[in-house]
Write a protein of this length. Structure first.
Length: 135
C-alpha cells in the first residue's frame, strides 16, 4: 500500500503522537552487545552501528549516550517518495528552537527531539498541521 504524497494533506494529517519513554542513541561495534534488547532503530556507519534504544535498556547494558530524546511518531502514512514533509516540519521545529533527528519508516516518520523539548515540539507540529488545514 503506497503512502500519501500530497504535501498539503500530509501536513494537515500529521497527527503527531508522543510515544512513552526516553530514548537514546548509542554506538556499538557488534550487535550482540544488545544482549536481548530490541533496538527501536539502527543504522550502520563506517565508525560502527548506531542504535536507538529505550534509555533503561542502554543503562542496563552500561552503554554510553549523551542525548536523551522523546520519540514522536507522525501518524500519517507518508510515502517514501513524498517531497517536502521533512522540510516543512523541520523548518517549523527549527523556528521554535527544537533540534530534531528524523527516521523514515515505511509507514511513518519518527522524530527524536530532546526530552526537554517534547511538549514544545508537539505543540509546534500541531500548530503546523492546523495552519495547513486552514489554507
Amino acid at each position: 500500500m503506497a503512502g500519501e504524497t500530497s504535501l498539503a494533506l500530509l501536513i494537515r494529517s500529521m497527527s503527531p503522537h508522543l510515544n512513552e519513554g526516553d530514548y537514546v542513541f548509542c554506538t556499538l561495534d557488534e550487535t550482540r552487545a544488545l544482549q536481548g534488547c530490541e533496538a527501536v532503530g539502527s543504522f550502520r556507519e563506517r565508525e560502527g552501528l548506531t542504535v536507538i534504544l529505550a534509555r533503561e535498556d542502554a543503562d542496563r547494558l552500561g552503554l554510553a549516550y549523551d542525548y536523551v530524546a522523546a520519540w514522536i511518531t507522525l501518524e500519517v502514512h507518508s510515502s517514501l517518495a513524498a517531497v517536502g514533509l521533512t522540510a516543512a516540519f523541520a523548518g517549523a521545529l527549527a523556528q521554535a528552537g527544537v533540534s530534531c533527528n528524523v527516521i523514515a519508516g515505511y509507514y511513518h516518520d519518527h522524530l527524536f527531539v530532546a526530552r526537554s523539548d517534547a511538549e514544545r515540539a508537539l505543540s509546534t507540529l500541531r500548530a503546523l498541521a492546523a495552519s495547513a488545514g486552514e489554507a
